[in-house]
Ligand binder design. Structure first.
Ligand code: THU
Length: 138
């Protein structure tokens, strides 16, 4: 995607980050998922006293979109930083979220991040090569 569109998506992720519930890590993450039809779903991380029960911002955004009937996605923007700090450093998606993306998105799906004062775009194929997918099961 072009830089203007990427910055718009990052701004949605920055807004969404305010919704994080992260009293244990204090690390606030926001995500904005762009559907192929242009609709955008956002999410933020939600933690739990049983630490393993936490859900990442990316998976909150993806589950929101999927449960509203969406199955086709173009890109996701992700920002993260300790609460109260501007998300200026790159926040890479965790391995579990990369796998979650691969359920619905192809290798050309774009992951939009911030870093070095600029926009960084990776493809899912770069972040999760040789993914285990539904076709691996047959
Ligand atoms: N987190 C995300 O929301 N997305 C990621 O891809 C990495 C980690 C959250 C989970 C947890 O609430 C906090 O960041 C610290 O790991």
């Amino acid at each position: 995607m072009d830089k203007k569109k990427a910055v718009e998506l990052l701004n949605k992720a920055i807004e969404a980050r305010d919704g994080a519930y992260a009293p244990y890590s204090n690390f606030y993450v926001g995500a904005a998922l762009l559907c192929t039809d242009g609709e955008i779903f956002t999410g933020a991380n939600v933690e739990n006293a049983s630490y393993g029960g936490a859900i990442c911002a990316e998976r909150v955004a993806i589950t929101a979109a999927v449960t509203h009937g969406h199955r086709s996605f173009e890109a996701i923007a992700i920002v993260g930083a300790p609460n109260g700090q501007a998300p200026v450093d790159t926040c890479m998606p965790c391995g579990f979220c990369r796998q979650f993306m691969s359920e619905f998105c192809g290798d050309d799906f774009e992951v939009v991040l911030v870093g070095d004062g600029d926009v960084k775009i990776y493809t899912l194929g770069e972040l999760l090569p040789h993914a285990f997918t539904a076709s691996s099961l047959s």
